[in-house]
Ligand binder design. Structure first.
Ligand code: GRF
Length: 220
């Protein structure tokens, strides 16, 4: 059954575009029912409109506090009765109530090799720490910021000449835009699920996230 998907964004929407494309060409058995942004100027809103997808904007200044914002956000999201809620560069911390409402059906992409570098400025922090490897992670969203069970992670070696800009670009192009559509496709197909706080992938429970090998279909 084709999954109904709601995508939350704050920015350019490159990840959103990858999801729109993967729904359009059948790699994801899903349909993006709505795109919701906390910023009226998010570039991703135009990408959604261009694809004929409904857009909604909820500006935090219009709400007294985080709880009332999240209550309004849930009301909007629920209009579209999503099977899957995708955080695609949604730059807000969500309340426990919101997170629990979508438990097991909400995923996020984070530009680091979690559990390393939760939060912001991940590329610079990977450089500052002298990390040999860097990448991105797709994970189920739990109450712990960037701390939910990881589904898939892609990585590469950091080069001596890397800057935060080159890392950001390589993480986006080589990792994020590949692992995110694949993770959503797995979730939509029932290949991935959150069971007792762990990730089930097909017939096994993962003790480590899937890798690019799984994304590229090379199982070892
Ligand atoms: C991505 O790097 C994502 O991992 C991070 O914010 C960025 C969003 O970029 N959380 P875009 O809006 O998908 O272009």
């Amino acid at each position: 059954m084709t999954a109904r998907i709601v995508v939350l964004i704050s920015g350019q929407g490159r990840n959103l575009q990858a999801l729109l494309d993967a729904c359009a060409d059948g790699r994801i058995d899903g349909r993006i029912a709505a795109v919701v942004s906390n910023r009226a100027d998010a570039g991703g809103l135009q990408r959604a409109r261009d694809a004929g997808v409904v857009t909604r904007v909820l500006t935090s200044q219009d709400y007294a506090d985080r709880a009332s914002y999240d209550a309004a956000l849930a009301e909007v999201v629920d209009i579209y009765a999503p099977d899957i809620v995708v955080l695609a560069g949604f730059m807000r911390i969500l309340t426990p109530g919101f997170v629990q409402r979508y438990s097991g059906r909400m995923i996020n992409i984070h530009p680091s090799l979690l559990p390393r570098h939760t939060g912001l400025h991940t590329h610079q922090r990977a450089l500052d720490a002298g990390d040999a490897e860097h990448g991105a992670t797709v994970h189920f969203v739990t109450e712990e910021l960037d701390g939910g069970p990881a589904i898939v992670q892609g990585k590469f070696m950091v080069q001596a000449q890397d800057t935060q800009e080159t890392l950001a670009e390589r993480v986006m192009q080589q990792i994020e835009l590949k692992i995110f559509p694949q993770a959503v496709a797995w979730l939509a197909a029932g290949d991935v699920a959150l069971v007792d706080g762990k990730v089930r992938f097909r017939d096994r429970v993962l003790d480590a996230p899937l890798s690019m090998d799984a994304v590229e279909g090379r199982f070892r």
